[in-house]
Design a binder for this molecule. Structure first.
Ligand code: SF4
Length: 494
């Protein structure tokens, strides 16, 4: 056992009894849709409830009875936005819903989704998970033609493009609109007589199809299906457009099927709920495997494995299984300070997203501790944790991270810090270890992460590699020869 590196003084960490941590990454959004079902609004509420981890700033549901749309959109958590009366008033056999964390556009009521409007043949409503790279340019073009945007969200661009389309059917309008955008989108679209689900040709964000009795459901994650008793059918495939009417389901691939996919691998690391199937694999199983591989790649002599809750738990279990070192709950997360982090007020956001963790001294005192976390962003939280463990009596603190160093920002629907703020973009692993004050630090390798995900191809891992599948300045789908080639672009967008 060593004394370890010098422990920073309490002047640096005045709150050494517990630590207010800045949440790692801001989840993107969650979408849900159902058609046709007599209780569409209530089931959509439950689906959004299960998807709450993907966005906590606002929630919205739009329903159709075939003649008119009804909506309820508000800032706040799903359980605060809706109640029994509201849901009863949202009549109709079709519904789509959205939970939001703003990745593009500010956090205001004007940006709450679903967006909806009229076109010559009826109504259209739309909810989006992802991020469009060329939204600003398209918006300027639309405004020059007289469009008046409600908010600043990139999603509204898709709605306007669809409304202004000259195509006769709603599905063709959506396809034509999406041919002009580039970036990441998993969409649910509702018309008076159909539900349309679309996933961009790269498949950046997840989208799954299920069935409850005679109705189809579409959601960002399968955890939404459990709550509404729906059976999982399959993924909506990258580049697929699914049209659901009372006559059944039709599937189209308007841009071809040949695009190499770029599914977000970070869904496995952090975003998705452990009980979900993402890209047909269970998230808990993948995370535990990440921990198992990490234990083989970076073994360490220690007495106890402690996860950083909640996302570090499955990897810590895997690390413990392979290393034989006992797993213990050495950090307790208070679930009751979470309300501060979901409040979408600017004054709170300026302080970052904070959750409180407290050490269990009886687990840590006199022990060589391996701390397992899913990622390190700026390093400030990990540094506080190392200090916290030492103050609680740990004689050694070894950090093990169940993903590779994050060196780049995301442009495909995840709110990440700027590249310069990511500690691994400018410091070596040894330098980060010294900054944290840990006895050792090791990250999962890129190959290890890909092995755990079950495949080395078909994923976006740009925030770990700097190789961005779609760069700013690339042409839109409509301008490409149906994605028959996929240029490797080792260039980070500005
Ligand atoms: S850059 Fe990272 S977070 Fe963004 S889609 Fe790619 S893997 Fe996911």
């Amino acid at each position: 056992m060593s004394d370890g590196p010098a422990v920073p003084s309490d002047d640096v960490f005045p709150d050494s009894g517990s630590v207010a941590i800045e949440r790692h990454w801001h989840e993107e959004c969650g979408v849900f849709g159902i058609f046709p079902h007599p209780d569409a609004s209530h089931l959509t509420y439950l689906g959004l409830h299960a998807l709450q981890h993907r966005g906590q700033e606002s929630a919205g549901i739009v329903t159709t009875d075939g003649e008119r749309l009804r909506s309820r959109l508000a800032m706040g958590l799903v359980q605060d936005v809706f109640d029994g009366n509201t849901l009863d008033e949202l009549k109709g056999h079709g519904a789509i819903g959205h939970v939001r964390y703003s990745t593009t556009g500010s956090s205001t009521p004007d940006n709450i989704q679903p967006f909806f409007g009229n076109y010559a043949g009826g109504h259209i409503a739309l909810a989006h998970n992802g991020n469009l790279i060329n939204a600003d340019q398209l918006k300027h073009e639309l405004e020059a033609r007289g469009a008046l945007f409600r908010g600043t969200s990139d999603t509204e661009v898709i709605l306007y493009l669809a409304i202004q389309s000259k195509q006769s059917s709603a599905t063709d309008r959506i396809i034509e609109a999406l041919g002009q955008v580039k970036g990441a989108y998993s969409l649910v679209v509702m018309t008076d007589e159909s539900l349309i689900a679309v996933r961009d040709p790269h498949g950046f964000r997840p989208l799954v199809l299920g069935k409850v009795k005679d109705a189809y459901v579409v959601a960002s994650e399968t955890c939404a299906f459990r709550l509404v008793d729906a059976d999982y059918v399959r993924e909506v495939e990258p580049g697929e457009v699914i049209e659901i009417t009372r006559d059944g389901l039709k599937s189209y691939f308007p841009w071809g099927k040949s695009t190499p996919t770029a599914r977000c691998i970070f869904e496995y690391v952090y975003f998705a709920r452990p009980d979900s199937l993402i890209y047909q694999r269970n998230v808990y199983v993948v995370r535990r495997e990440m921990g198992r591989i990490l234990a083989r790649e970076a073994p360490v002599a220690a007495d106890v494995i402690v996860p950083v809750p909640d996302s570090g738990v499955p990897a810590a279990i895997g690390f413990s299984e392979v290393s034989g070192i006992p797993y213990q709950t050495g950090l307790i997360r208070s679930h009751y300070v979470g309300r501060t982090f979901i409040e979408p007020r600017d004054s709170i956001r300026n302080f970052g997203v904070r959750l409180k963790l407290s050490p269990v001294h009886e687990v840590l005192r006199g022990q060589r501790v391996v701390v397992v976390d899913d990622s390190i962003v700026r390093g400030t939280t990990s540094r506080k944790l190392v200090h916290l463990f030492r103050k609680a009596g740990a004689v050694e603190v070894h950090m093990r991270i169940s993903s590779p160093p994050t060196i780049g920002s995301c442009y495909y629907g995840v709110d990440t810090p700027n590249r310069e703020e990511l500690i691994a973009s400018k410091q070596s692993v040894d330098e980060i270890r010294d900054y944290l004050g840990a006895d050792s630090l090791a990250y999962l390798s890129l190959d290890g992460m890909r092995d755990a995900a079950g495949n080395h191809d078909g994923y976006c891992d740009a925030c770990f590699t700097g190789r961005y599948p779609v760069a700013v300045g690339e042409p839109s789908v409509a301008q490409l020869p149906l994605f028959t080639s996929h240029p490797e672009l080792p260039v980070a967008p500005p």
